[in-house]
Design a protein around this ligand. Structure first.
Ligand code: PLZ
Length: 446
């Protein structure tokens, strides 16, 4: 199997950044695209393959972002490309709700098998992560007959009206876009670096707040990212998630895992829930599911998923046949290329380098994450306060040297690393060393 455009797996810059073609395109973008749609990079993409993305001026970047944890199998994974091509020759769309097709059913079968929990499961397919979360809430409400949705501090669940309500951070996600959907309640979760609580203590605080402020009988679902993504790659303390799941179960509340960012091998397991020993009642998936094609899924206990009768769930494009073909090929790629294990190798590699750097740089306040979802939190060494300005400077410098580097965090002070799982370790090393050198240089300049 070969790639249409296999790219040399190396970083190489031939022009100033952005180069002339990207500059022209950016001028057109500014004239034609709504300002609210920002871009992290100032260069335009030409092609991508495994660990690199090549821009329209021929500059080759190390990809430490995977288009926000999407192209885990690579930006043009051969199996995905071939499967989509083959499907294109058959049909592009029928609408599954009008004339069904096999690939949709097969993706649901795979989701039912791969997601945690040995109980009978069913799935439904949608297009974006936000839509998956919305539909998880729909089935939880329908099944329980209760209205309230509980989410955590630092949560990110999307940009639709309901998922904006569920997302914690106002700027930029919710700024000026309200009013938001009612019956969404926010409670503290577990953020070991900043709350200093054990998993058990944090869980007690979480469930007590739900019990006091909302009332368990009122709650349809608690929706949790097992490792919080946009909020800062926050890994909850051991024991937090199992205690919350147990409490939900005891109170007839549906526990929904938003695995949109953590799913599909990203964290060194098929789903991050496995790392914490939990079996969610419902799992929302997207991003890594289909090698870059827009697809999302909701998978859960059969009795919850079947609560709503025929016609209650759907959408014109949900489970588009090209996206389903891509998903089946992506799942085959994860399995054939051992990408769950690769994510663990990436974890070891990144944690070793980042911890070594943290030992002699007190501005690295925390190194955390699982699999190929790893982050450092940058702080003022004197106070421990988040240092967003430094974080942005480091990311900008690394980008200017040919490394796609993303930030995140409620306080904007987290550098996050989400490489494709198919990146080579030498190239990953070059990328991470460039980021660390950028941090060191900024210190030297100060
Ligand atoms: N749930 C946990 O991470 C998307 C957001 C990018 P959509 N994260 C990237 C941005 O700034 O818009 C995400 C997520 C979790 C839900 C979503 C939403 O997924 O496919 O972007 O709708």
């Amino acid at each position: 199997m070969t790639n249409a455009t296999p790219a040399p797996q190396a970083r190489s810059l031939h022009t100033d950044l952005p180069g002339p073609r990207s500059r022209d395109l950016m001028a057109r973008k500014e004239a034609a695209v709504a300002r609210g749609v920002g871009t992290t990079m100032t260069v335009f993409a030409d092609h991508a393959d495994r660990g690199v993305l090549v821009d329209v001026d021929g500059n080759s970047f190390v990809d430490l972002g995977s288009g926000i944890a999407v192209t885990s199998v690579g930006g043009a994974a051969p199996r995905v490309v071939e499967a989509v091509r083959a499907q294109l020759d058959r049909f592009t769309h029928t609408c599954f709700m009008v004339t069904p097709y096999d690939a949709y059913v097969e993706v649901c079968e795979k989701l039912n098998q791969l997601t945690p929990g040995s109980f009978p499961k069913k799935s439904a397919l949608f297009t974006s992560g936000a839509e998956a979360v919305e539909n998880a809430v729909k089935v939880a409400r329908h099944h329980t007959g209760r209205p309230a949705v509980v989410v955590l501090d630092h949560a990110y669940h999307g940009r639709t009206n309901l998922t904006m309500a569920m997302t914690g951070k106002v700027v930029p996600y919710k700024d000026g876009f309200g009013p938001f959907a009612p019956e969404v309640y926010r409670v503290p979760g577990s953020y070991p670096l900043r709350d200093g609580l054990s998993g058990e203590q944090a869980a007690r605080r979480t469930v007590e707040q739900i019990a006091r402020m909302v009332g368990p009988d009122h709650v349809a679902c608690v929706v949790v990212e097992p490792i919080q993504g946009e909020g800062g790659f926050i890994v909850p303390a051991d024991g937090f998630l199992p205690a919350v799941v147990d409490w939900c179960r005891a109170n007839g509340i549906v526990f929904v895992a938003d695995e949109v960012q953590t799913g599909f091998a990203r964290t060194g397991a098929w789903f991050a829930s496995e790392l914490f020993g939990i079996e969610p009642d419902v799992v929302a998936t997207a991003k890594g599911i289909a090698g870059g094609l827009p697809l999302s899924g909701v998978t859960g206990r059969a009795e919850i998923m079947d609560s709503a009768g025929s016609g209650r769930l759907g959408g014109t494009y949900g489970g588009n046949p090209l996206a389903c073909a891509a998903a089946l090929a992506a799942i085959e790629t994860y399995q054939a290329e051992g990408l769950v294990e690769r994510a663990r190798a990436i974890e070891d590699f990144l944690l070793t380098r980042l911890r070594a750097a943290a030992e002699h740089d007190p501005r690295i306040g925390d190194v955390r994450g699982r699999g190929a979802m790893i982050a450092v939190e940058l702080v003022d060494p004197a106070t421990g306060d988040p240092d967003a300005a430094l974080t942005n400077q480091v990311a900008a410098r690394a980008r200017s040297q040919g490394v796609i580097t993303l930030t995140c965090g409620t306080y904007g002070n987290v550098l996050r690393f989400l490489p494709p799982l198919t990146i080579s370790l030498p190239l990953l090393g070059e990328g991470i060393d460039t980021v660390l050198a950028s941090l060191a240089e900024i210190g030297a300049a100060a």
